[in-house]
Design a protein around this ligand. Sequence first.
Ligand SMILES: [Zn+2]
Length: 92
Amino acid sequence: MMCHYCNKSHNPAVACPAYKIIQESRYVDLIRTRLRKIESWCNAYPLKVFPEPDLKKAREVLKEAGMTLDAISASNMRHVLKGIKDIVEGKV
Ligand SMILES: [Zn+2]
């Protein structure tokens, strides 16, 4: 079989260094694209737009309503980590 990546006689998917480099380059591009999505998400909640809340007060208010700040925080973290997982796995 003639390899169209290096013009030698071999199966490119098995033995071609040029093909391997191209495949690795494509993989790096894919990872770079996914990291840019995560980076973009990291910048989606600037402090100027979303100032840090008074967590002590939030804890008190939530407690009065029968909820905990820890439960809210855990829910938020699950959402973020699921989003990152979906980006890493290429689902979004
Ligand atoms: Zn080759």
